[in-house]
Write a protein that binds this ligand. Structure first.
Ligand code: GDP
Ligand code: GDP
Length: 437
C-alpha cells in the first residue's frame, strides 16, 4: 500500500523536528521495528485514526550552513511541492511573521497543493499572542495554533491533516506491480528504463502520475502488468534538482513510498555507497519489496569466484536486507535485464501470499520447542497464538504474555524459522505483539 505524503516546511528553529518526533513517537511504541537499520530522521510513517501517512521533514535535509535561510527554505518548498500530497507550513508564534515566511508563503500559495498553516509555540492557548493575526497575511487560510513542546492542539491538527489528503486510491493494486528504480546518478537507471520500454512487447503509454506531476509508465511482460514509477530526474530532469544533490535521497524516498518493489541499482565498479545503504534502509522500514541490481557487470574482470565474492561483500554491507535477491546485469549488453522483471513478479507473489493460521501456529510451536524462549526474573516468554494479519509486506501478529520478554534475538530466530519454511525472498516481514496477561 502506498501512503499519502505530508511534507513539513518551515524556517530553522520553528519546531519542525520537535513536532516530527512527537508525532512519530507514538507509533514507535506500537510497532517494533527491526533494530540495526539506520533511521532517517527526515522520514517516518505514522497513523492517525486508522489513516496511515508518511511524513517528511524537509528542514532535515542537510543544508550547508553558509546557505542563507531563505534559499534553504525555497529548496524545501520546491521539494515539498514536487512530492507531497499535502504541505504543512510551520511558523513560529513566539517570533511572529518574518520576511522569509512571507516569501515562502508566496511560493507555496502558487502550488496546486493544499497547504496547512501551523503556528507553533502557542504554549498557552488562553493567552494567544496578537502576532497570530499577522499570519493571515500569508493568504494560506486560517492558521492552526499548536504547541509541539506541550502537545497542545496536536489532535485537531492531525484531524485536519488526514482529512486534507486528496481523495485518491492509495490502496495496493494487486494486479499492477509498481517498480521504483533507485540508484546514484550514472549507474544505468535511464538505460534500463529505455531498454525495458522500447521493446515491442512493451505497451508504452505514459499516464500522468496521480498527484505528483510525475510520469509513470505502464507495460506488460510475460503476462504481468508493471508500472515504472518516474523517479523524477529520469525522464523529466529538473534543473533545480540536478543542481541540488542533497535532494536525491528525499526524491528517492517519495518514489519508494509509492512502489511495491524497490530496485536498488549499483554500479559494479563503484560498489555500495552510504547513500545506497540509506535507501535500502528506507525501503526495508517501509516494508517494500527489494532487489539489488549490480549493473555494468560487463566492466568487471571475472575469475572463478568473482560473482560469489561480490555478492558476499554486498551482503555484508546490507545485513538487514539479507532477503533481497542480488542480480548481476549489463544493461549495455542487454544481459539479464528481463530477469529483473521475472524476479519482481515472483517477489510480488510472495508478498501477497497468506499463510494459514493452522500452519503458522504449528511452525511456531515447533520453533518454541527447538529453542526455549527467553526469560527474565523467573518469568518466561509465552507465545499463545500467531496469525498473519496482513500482506505486502507479510504482517504477523503474536499474542504473548510480555513484550519485554520478546527479545530481538528471539524475534529474529522466529523470523528465520518462518523464512526457512516459507521462502520470503525479496520482502521484509513484520511482527506486531499483543500482550495478553
Ligand atoms: P526546527 O529547526 O524547526 O526543527 O526546530 P526544533 O524542533 O529543533 O525546535 C527549535 C527550538 O524550539 C527548540 O529549542 C525547541 O525546544 C523549541 N520548541 C519547539 N516546539 C516548541 C513549542 O511548542 N513551544 C516552545 N516554547 N518551544 C518549542
Ligand atoms: P542514470 O544516471 O542512472 O540514469 O544512468 P544512465 O542510464 O544515464 O547511464 C550512465 C552511463 O552508463 C551511460 O553512458 C550508459 O551508456 C552507461 N551504462 C549503462 N548501463 C551500462 C552497463 O551495463 N555497462 C556499461 N559498461 N555501461 C553502462
Amino acid at each position: 500500500m502506498s501512503k499519502p505524503i505530508l511534507a513539513v516546511v518551515g524556517r530553522p528553529n520553528v519546531g519542525k523536528s520537535t513536532f516530527f518526533n512527537r508525532i512519530i513517537g507514538e507509533r514507535k511504541a506500537i510497532v517494533e521495528d527491526v533494530p540495526g537499520v539506520t533511521r532517517d530522521r527526515i522520514y517516518a510513517e505514522t497513523e492517525w485514526n486508522g489513516r496511515e501517512f508518511a511524513i517528511i521533514d524537509t528542514g532535515g535535509i542537510e543544508a550547508s550552513t553558509d546557505d542563507p535561510i531563505l534559499s534553504q527554505m525555497r529548496d524545501q518548498a520546491v521539494v515539498a511541492m514536487d512530492m507531497a500530497d499535502l504541505i504543512l507550513f510551520m511558523v513560529d508564534g513566539k517570533e511572529g511573521l518574518t520576511t522569509a515566511d512571507i516569501e515562502v508563503g508566496a511560493i507555496l500559495r502558487r502550488t496546486g497543493k493544499k497547504v496547512i498553516l501551523v503556528v507553533n509555540k502557542i504554549d498557552n492557548p488562553s493567552k494567544m499572542p496578537d502576532t497570530i493575526y499577522d499570519f493571515y497575511e500569508l493568504g494560506l487560510g486560517e492558521p492552526i495554533p499548536i504547541s509541539s513542546a506541550n502537545m497542545l492542539n496536536i489532535g485537531d491538527l492531525l484531524d485536519e491533516i488526514v482529512s486534507g489528503f486528496p481523495d485518491k486510491d492509495y490502496e495496493a493494486d494487486e494486479e499492477n506491480i509498481k517498480l521504483a528504480i533507485i540508484g546514484k546518478p550514472n549507474v544505468g537507471k535511464s538505460s534500463l528504463v529505455n531498454a525495458l520500454t522500447k521493446e515491442n512487447r512493451v505497451i508504452v503509454s505514459p499516464i500522468a502520475g496521480t498527484t505528483r506531476d510525475s510520469i509513470d509508465t505502464p507495460f506488460s511482460f510475460e503476462g504481468n502488468d508493471f508500472t515504472l514509477i518516474d523517479t523524477a530526474g529520469l525522464r523529466r530532469r529538473s534543473k533545480v534538482y540536478d543542481s541540488i544533490e542533497k535532494f536525491s535521497v528525499i526524491r528517492a524516498i517519495a518514489a519508494i513510498e509509492r512502489c511495491d518493489i524497490c530496485i536498488l541499482m549499483i554500479d559494479a565498479m563503484e560498489g555500495i555507497t552510504e547513500q545506497d545503504k540509506k535507501i535500502a534502509g528506507i525501503a526495508h522500514e517501509a516494508g517494500k519489496g527489494m532487489m539489488i541490481v549490480i549493473n555494468k557487470w560487463d566492466l568487471v574482470e571475472k575469475e572463478t569466484n568473482t560473482m560469489r565474492d561480490y555478492e558476499r561483500k554486498v551482503r555484508a554491507e546490507l545485513l538487514f536486507a539479507s532477503y533481497a535477491p542480488i542480480l548481476f546485469t549489463s544493461v549495455l549488453q542487454g544481459r539479464r535485464i528481463y530477469d529483473i522483471l521475472r524476479k519482481a513478479a515472483a517477489i510480488q507473489e510472495i508478498r501477497m501470499r497468506r499463510i494459514t493460521t493452522g500452519k503458522l501456529n504449528n511452525l511456531i510451536e515447533d520453533a518454541v520447542m527447538m529453542r526455549q524462549p527467553p526469560s527474565d526474573k523467573g518469568k518466561r516468554l509465552k507465545i499463545y497464538y500467531a496469525a498473519q494479519i496482513g500482506v505486502a509486506p507479510p504482517l504477523f501478529s503474536f499474542n504473548i504474555n510480555s513484550r519485554e520478554l520478546m527479545h530481538f534475538s528471539y524475534a529474529r530466530y522466529l523470523e528465520n524459522r518462518l523464512r526457512e519454511a516459507y521462502d520470503f525472498e525479496g520482502t521484509s516481514v513484520k511482527f506486531v505483539y499483543n500482550e495478553k496477561k
